[in-house]
Ligand binder design. Structure first.
Ligand code: AMP
Ligand code: GLY
Length: 419
């Protein structure tokens, strides 16, 4: 197949790599220096809907895979399908699962999913009413906020201040004019991803993200500083409960509401002490860096699954994955997750990959003067396989040790602290 991958981060490089490895021709738009090594890049921004549709019409790919959420929420998949191009990624109606927390919470309630009690508010009077019922609570901007629109408040005053900042202060622009206020749930967090063709779904192997910027889960949240797959957090019992109590009702509910959902269903769960898989959120695309750790374990052809989903007919059976373990360590630029510094020269990628069982996915890099420089917050997603989690982790950190640039930083405890 010829596959057009929309996006230019580590997620898109990992998908492109997994397709190229099975012999597919890959074009990325806009891609990055990593995708340029395995295919061709087109200079079209991911959220330039008209430009992406033009590129797809010119290229005539067999499949378009849309990586990031913003173009999905803006209707890129609708536009591609209208042009007759097979597309993996939900239409705008399905992307509301991620694009509007108020819509998705109401959807969870309509379909009986386990989730936190919640209120929807656009005025401070409504906020006060919600806080009267909940006390200290979690405040969430309704719209897309790059993973930063959630405040887990310790006190009622803190919750009220967060809501005021969003509704009255414009903290997240229009995305925060409406907020969801929900009960704070106890438990352990886990993510489970599935691929849906609109009628059924298959689950992907468990992966665990590490969101905080510093070791020991300290510091502000980021897009994700590393991932492991598999993870002991996602037990077979949890997977079965999530299948029955979360994914089956979601896929049935989407179909019942006339939403033809062809793409990733990414459930962010808070697993209660009694094992209930409470749904915190859904995303409408692959997790980044979760998919880097999953992609290197994919043992059959991932394109067959995504093309099947795009066509509304998943292949029979389940996708196959290597039993080996993967660890992905994100190396970030000076300043991230605040304003990252760009233009620092990156060295050592070839040496890292020469270790074997290592793939260095590009996330925020740029070609310059025959070399590579930093050009984003998350710069590289250094991913390694090993026979078990400890071996994968040791190899990933050996690879990280070969790579350098001024100001590079990364967590040293992805998949457990190395002692
Ligand atoms: P979300 O984007 O909705 O997944 O929220 C971001 C993070 O906030 C989650 O990964 C959790 O750590 C935390 N969080 C969100 N909702 C809740 C909740 N109801 N109770 C406790 N923590 C939450
Ligand atoms: N790594 C978290 C996300 O992709 O949303």
């Amino acid at each position: 197949m010829k596959i057009l991958v929309v996006g230019g981060g580590g997620r898109e490089h990992a998908l492109a790599w997994a397709f190229a490895r099975r012999g597919h021709a890959v074009v990325a738009a806009p891609g990055n220096p990593g995708t340029a090594r395995i295919g061709r890049n087109l200079a079209v921004k991911a959220d330039d809907i008209a430009g992406q549709v033009r590129a797809a019409r010119d290229e005539r790919p067999d499949l378009v895979v849309v990586g990031p959420e913003a173009p999905l929420c803006a209707g890129l998949a609708d536009a591609l399908r209208a042009a007759g191009i097979p597309t993996f990624g939900p239409n705008r109606d399905g992307a509301r699962l991620e694009g509007s927390k108020a819509w998705s919470k109401a959807f969870f309630a309509r379909h009986g999913l386990p989730t936190a009690r919640f209120f929807d508010a656009t005025t401070m009077a409504e906020v006060d009413h919600a806080l009267d019922a909940l006390g200290a609570a979690v405040v969430k901007a309704d719209g897309l906020a790059a993973g930063k629109g959630v405040v887990v408040a310790r006190t009622r005053d803190e919750a009220r201040a967060a809501a005021a900042g969003m509704i009255e202060g414009g903290a997240f622009g229009d995305a925060g004019r409406r907020v969801v206020i929900e009960e704070r749930l106890p438990g352990r967090e886990a993510s489970i991803l599935a691929i849906s063709d609109g009628r059924s779904f298959v689950l992907l192997p468990a992966a665990e993200d590490h969101k905080a910027v510093f070791d020991g889960d300290r510091g502000p949240n980021t897009g994700g500083m590393g991932a492991v797959s598999p993870t002991p957090v996602v037990t077979p019992e949890l997977v079965e409960r999530a299948r029955r109590e979360v994914f089956e009702p979601v896929v049935r509910g989407l179909a019942a509401e006339g939403i033809d959902y062809r793409g990733v269903l990414y459930a962010g769960l808070m697993v209660a002490p009694d094992g209930t898989p409470n749904v915190l959120e859904f995303n409408c695309r692959f997790g980044d860096p979760e998919v880097e750790a999953i992609a290197v374990r994919w043992a059959d052809d991932p394109a067959a699954w995504l093309a099947g989903a795009a066509a509304g007919r998943l292949p029979a059976g389940e996708p196959e994955f290597s039993p080996r373990a993967a660890t992905c360590v994100v190396m970030a630029a000076e300043g991230y997750p605040g304003t990252p510094r760009g233009g620092d020269r990156i060295a050592g990628i070839a040496e890292a990959e020469a270790l074997g069982d290592v793939v260095v996915f590009h996330a925020g890099t740029r070609a310059a003067d025959g070399g590579l420089v930093t050009a984003g917050g998350r710069v590289l997603a250094v991913t390694a396989l090993g026979d078990d989690a400890a071996a994968a982790r040791a190899r990933a950190y050996a690879a990280v040790g070969k790579i350098s640039w001024p100001g590079a930083h990364y967590r040293t405890d992805i998949g457990g602290r190395i002692t």
